[in-house]
Write a protein that binds this ligand. Structure first.
Ligand code: KG4
Ligand code: ZN
Length: 342
């Protein structure tokens, strides 16, 4: 990486992580600091927005200061400030956005509003050696989103499928709650599933007739709930079998959708993003099913919500439009467009 490559500050406050990072040339992480409020939400079984917002306000500026001190970079050296403008919790987004706007004004640096979901996918490109392979397929599997995309070129996507109800991470978290596991359930369900029989319960994800590449996990979650309730005083093994059977059903749906998408396109690679990518069984199943296809997963620090992926993608927005976005950039709880409008 050239020493002179542009450095961007990234800021991410979409949900329960407060994160800042300095990234050079869209790939090289100079520093990355994240404070998570996940443990504060444990007792609610999900993210409590007011608690998350209060925490963002308390820790965002110290997190940014720490990022500069670890990165050994001064604000004058920046080429811009990239901030997650959505999708996410609107109150939480506003805190990051206001901070980014203030710093942009004070330091006279351009502002780049970044789509957080696209950034999750960019994390896989950031973690893999260039050049990127196109056309390819992308999966975003996070707590708030489930997307299957055809990636036609840099920042050019076609959405092939999305969830019509729960996101995959959300379904993991809800199954975690019903199994009595603390939030976030995903990693705990994975750990429990390792001890269980994935074929004991014949769970299946839903199908969406009109749009067969769309996802539906709400019925699966309800099926898990009723099955679990039907077990009188479930044993530890029963719980592990439920977790394993749920996970098998969810992942076999992803594998099936990937196969179906490949009938329409001939991808050169698969790229993955989002917190569910931490799941080792998911990675193993894709590797087994598609042994001859390169699979690119984000490195561990780039799977969950993080500012490095925001700064990384922000760099590409800087290359496209160095002046950046206007200062009246709005936070968007939902963003309809991903990538560059064609
Ligand atoms: O990408 P992320 O931070 O979420 C959003 O931006 O929405 O990912 C968080 C999600 C949570 O739902 C969490 O339970 C899930 O990722 N997750 C996992 C694992 N690790 C995190 N799900 C399944 N298996 C895991 N090992
Ligand atoms: Zn996320």
């Amino acid at each position: 990486m050239l020493q002179s490559s542009p450095i961007l500050l990234g800021i991410e406050t979409t949900c329960d992580e407060t994160s800042a990072a300095l990234v050079r040339g869209g790939r090289e992480i100079l520093s990355h600091v994240t404070a998570s409020s996940a443990s504060l939400h444990e007792k609610y079984g999900g993210v409590f927005p007011e608690v998350a917002c209060r925490r963002h306000i308390e820790v965002l500026l110290p997190v940014i200061e720490e990022t500069f001190s670890q990165g050994g970079v001064s604000p004058e050296a920046l080429s811009g400030i990239a901030v997650a403008r959505g999708p996410g919790l609107v109150g939480a987004l506003l805190i990051g956005l206001q901070a980014a706007k203030g710093l942009s004004l004070a330091w006279k640096k351009p502002l780049f509003g970044v789509n957080h979901v696209e950034a999750h996918l960019y994390a896989a490109f950031m973690s893999s050696a260039p050049p990127p392979l196109f056309p390819s397929l992308g999966f975003v599997l996070s707590g708030g989103h489930t997307l299957l995309l055809e990636i036609e070129g840099a920042r050019r996507y076609r959405v092939l499928g999305t969830t019509v109800d729960d996101a995959l991470g959300e379904a993991f978290d809800k199954v975690g709650v019903l199994l009595g596991l603390p939030y976030p359930g995903g990693p705990r369900v994975e750990a429990l599933a390792r001890e269980g029989n994935p074929f004991r319960f014949p769970f299946r994800a839903g199908t969406v007739k009109k749009s067969p590449l769309d996802f539906s996990f709400s019925g699966l979650k309800t099926n898990v709930l009723y099955t679990f309730q039907s077990l009188s005083s479930p044993s530890a093994q029963d719980k592990a079998d439920v977790a394993a059977s749920f996970q098998r059903a969810a992942f076999s749906d992803l594998l099936k959708k990937a196969e179906m998408a490949m009938e329409k396109t001939a991808p050169k690679a698969l790229y993955f993003g989002g917190g569910v990518c931490n799941n080792r069984e998911l990675r193993a199943q894709f590797a087994k099913k598609f042994p001859s296809l390169p699979l690119f997963w984000p490195s561990p620090e780039l799977t969950l919500d993080n500012a490095a992926m925001i700064a990384g993608l922000g760099y590409h927005q800087f290359l496209e439009n160095p002046l950046g976005d206007p200062l009246d950039l709005k936070a968007e709880a939902r963003i309809s467009q991903i990538g560059i409008a064609s």
